[in-house]
Design a protein around this ligand. Structure first.
Ligand code: F6P
Length: 319
């Protein structure tokens, strides 16, 4: 293994830059030539590979987003696109690729693996929906962004004695809503894993009002229900003053937390170790206090565990 490349793909996540930095610096430390692919898999097709040096990753550990840019590539899903990408990698003499992203990005990495390249996946998505890892890079930062928003909203919610419905990201999973709901003391957490019941949300609200609560925060994962409709429903059923906030893409930005930077650095370093040992077909995960590899197959055949005990606890603590 002499030449490796790194790319970021899919939705960006805070901490991707810290992972790129670790891959680049560890590669150079081991005298590997390291290249960056711009705009994810599209960059492999559109011939966007650039050499990276120690200085290329200076001053980025604290920055959100990805200096390599990212994209969701449709062309790479076609055999022609995949052939083009592989031909370009071969032309550049690249044998190993580190792919930083989510599930879709790992599926792309498996394609490259099947085409003869050695690949390692690093899980980075604020949704935290990759199995065989407790944390994906970006999740902790996103949850802290939501907490920051909840703290601010609580100030005005208390002053005006209002109910706030806050929509957070999470297309298919409620990990952000759950963690932020538990840490932010939300009265209700509406997530795709649990069928939505407006009546249940209202009865929890009423119970709070009866014991003297003057304001409430309800968190909704985007994939579970429409926050505006939830707000309208509460207004209709309880004749309460409700405000709705959709946090949207601001959850994907911002300086990564120390936790995400440490995780990204560890995973970036480990990815290079695996490539040096010619151990591809691996996606990294962090569990039981260690960064470990799983095969892509193991990832695709597993289901991310949902923290039901946290969900139950959040419900109990919000009484
Ligand atoms: O996958 C991460 C994620 O932020 C989801 O939570 C969200 O639904 C989606 O990406 C948004 O994607 P886009 O940036 O394409 O709007």
């Amino acid at each position: 293994m002499n030449r490796i490349a790194v790319l970021t793909s899919g939705g960006d996540a805070p901490g991707m830059n810290a992972a790129i930095r670790a891959v680049v610096r560890k590669s150079i430390y081991h005298q590997l030539e390291i290249f960056g692919v711009q705009r994810g898999y599209s960059g492999l097709i559109n011939r966007e590979i650039i050499p990276l040096e120690l200085g290329s990753v200076a001053d980025i550990i604290h920055r959100g987003g990805t200096i390599l840019r990212t994209a969701r590539s449709h062309s790479f899903q076609t055999p022609e696109g995949q052939e083009k990408a592989a031909a370009y990698l071969r032309e550049r003499g690249i044998e190993g690729v580190v792919v930083i992203g989510g599930d879709g990005s790992f599926r792309g990495a498996r394609v490259l693996e099947e085409m003869g390249f050695c690949t390692v996946g690093i899980p980075a998505t604020i949704d935290n929906d990759i199995p065989r890892t407790d944390f994906c890079i970006g999740f902790d930062t996103a949850v802290n962004t939501v907490i920051d928003a909840i703290n601010k909203v609580r100030d005005t919610a208390t002053s005006h004695e209002r109910t706030y419905v806050i929509e957070v990201m999470g297309r298919d999973t409620g990990h952000i809503a759950l963690a932020a709901g538990l840490a932010g003391g939300a009265e209700s957490i509406i997530i795709p894993e649990v069928p939505f019941s407006l009546e249940e949300v209202c009865s929890r609200l009423l119970r709070g009002v009866k014991r003297g609560k003057r304001h409430s925060v309800i968190l909704v994962a985007e994939g579970a229900a429409n926050a505006v409709s939830v707000g309208q429903g509460i207004k209709r059923l309880l004749q309460m003053e409700v405000r709705v906030i959709i946090l949207g893409h601001l959850q994907r930005g911002g300086t990564p937390t120390a936790f995400d930077r440490v995780l990204a650095s560890r995973m970036g370093g480990k990815a290079v170790d695996l490539l040096l040992a010619n151990k591809g077909n691996q996606a990294l995960g962090y569990w039981q206090g260690e960064v470990r590899g799983s095969t892509y197959e193991e990832i695709f055949n597993s289901k991310k565990e949902f923290l039901w005990s946290d969900y139950d606890l959040a419900g109990i603590l919000a009484i």
